[in-house]
Design a protein around this ligand. Sequence first.
Ligand SMILES: [Zn+2]
Length: 68
Amino acid sequence: MRERVGTCMGCGSEVYCLGGFLNGISKEGKLFCFECSEAADLIESNEKRMQNQHIESSRKYLQTNSEN
Ligand SMILES: [Zn+2]
């Protein structure tokens, strides 16, 4: 069973669902093939790292404030 799910947001190639297994990755409503999802993962992990740092500093800020 091969069902066309949509096109990759990165390269525009078609992404299929093969017997329940997606031939790519669906992220936040966007569809990527494996190749592009790997590239997106690299970007995302960088963004997440930055976000985590931001969350970390926010948490410290909240902690120091709640101690008062
Ligand atoms: Zn792609």
